[in-house]
Design a protein around this ligand. Structure first.
Ligand code: APR
Length: 320
């Protein structure tokens, strides 16, 4: 059987890391697409030349032509611009919306059966626009944010508790922005919910509050340190986790920006929710019950995403 085909639209910092990880994990053959001449070809060749040492079997190529993504099983989209210090993800909307139009049309024409994972920011609005521009079914188009935000939350918790990251589970819901909602009740260490761990004296509410804020500011913290771009190792790793769940029909329960049709009270919008990812794409949006306080935070996050979607409609009339 032929190896799966993975198309990476955008061969920048995240795109290159995605290609490297996909090859190392032998998820399939990789095509890097970018408008920049030489960048995708150079990264593909460089990674291919690491194959003999690492011992992976995967073909890598770079291109400026959408025809070369034909028949892709998975497309991961990072095309666009990242933020610089002082910018919010929302500041990228105007530029990246135009990019989503050309990418969506390219995928719609050449890879209509792919499972599409968008990473470009502002994430929730961009994935919504990408689905519209591509015309692919909503369950086959999703955005990577929740896995990354949850990974940041899990990392900070594991350091706080001095336990393995493997034993920390956490969910971050809502939009991928300042209003994201790290869920305390549904986050656990070895199955013990965080509120119980406070009662047990493992941590304090104050410490947990500062971890929650650090999680919300996780992307900005990296931008502030790097100064020339935004995070790429953890975002790429998170998207690869989602791609692998699809390609191997793992039925993973992962939070991601998925199309909601009434789940969690959200209608006709993309926002971060718990999902099941398997061979059918987003096979299910898990309609969890939020308590009053969580619902207030989630609603305000949804409202922020709605504002960005309206801004997209204002910029591009074909989306209205
Ligand atoms: N089509 C294809 N590629 C494009 C297009 C386009 N229309 N416009 C820009 N690109 C390419 C750039 O040439 C660049 O190589 O997208 C790539 C983006 O790479 P980086 O600038 O390194 O950005 P990266 O850190 O990978 O982040 C990409 O993901 O997390 C988000 O906010 C981040 O929106 C940003 C995206």
């Amino acid at each position: 059987m032929a190896r799966p085909k993975i198309a990476l639209i955008g061969a920048g910092q995240i795109g290159g890391t995605l290609a490297h990880l996909a090859a190392l994990k032998e998820l399939g053959d990789v095509v890097l697409f970018d408008i920049a001449q030489g960048t995708p070809e150079g990264k593909a060749l460089d990674i291919a030349e690491s194959g003999p040492s690492e011992g992976f079997d995967a073909a890598l190529s770079g291109t400026q032509s959408y025809e070369d993504i034909a028949g892709a099983d998975v497309c991961i989209v990072t095309a666009g611009v990242p933020r610089k210090p002082g910018m919010s993800r929302d500041d990228l909307l105007g530029i990246n919306l135009k990019v989503m139009k050309s990418v969506g049309e390219g995928i719609g024409k050449h890879a209509p059966n792919a499972f599409v994972i968008c990473i470009t920011n502002p994430l929730d609005a961009m994935v919504w626009a990408l689905q519209k521009f591509s015309g692919l079914p909503a369950n086959k188009v999703c955005g990577m944010a929740g896995v990354l935000d949850s990974a940041r939350f899990r990392h900070f918790l594991s350091v706080e508790f001095g336990v393995s990251m493997k034993d920390v589970t956490a969910f971050v819901l809502g939009g991928h922005g300042d209003t994201m909602v790290p869920s305390v009740r549904y986050s656990t260490v070895g199955g013990i919910p965080l509120p119980d761990l406070i009662e047990m004296g493992w941590t304090t509410q104050d410490k947990l509050d500062s971890i929650l804020q650090r999680t919300r500011d996780g992307g900005a913290e990296i931008v502030g340190l790097l100064k020339t771009g935004s995070a790429f190792y953890a975002p790429a790793t998170a998207a690869i986790e989602m791609a692998e769940a699809y390609l191997k029909d793992q039925k993973r329960v992962l939070p991601c920006a998925a199309y909601c049709d009434g789940e969690l009270g959200v209608k006709d919008m993309y926002v971060g929710v718990p999902t099941v990812i398997g061979a059918g794409g987003i096979e299910k949006v898990i309609d969890i019950k939020l308590n009053k306080e969580e619902q207030v935070m989630f609603d305000s996050s949804v409202k922020a995403v709605k504002g960005l979607v309206e801004a997209c409609k204002g910029i591009d009339g074909s989306l209205a």
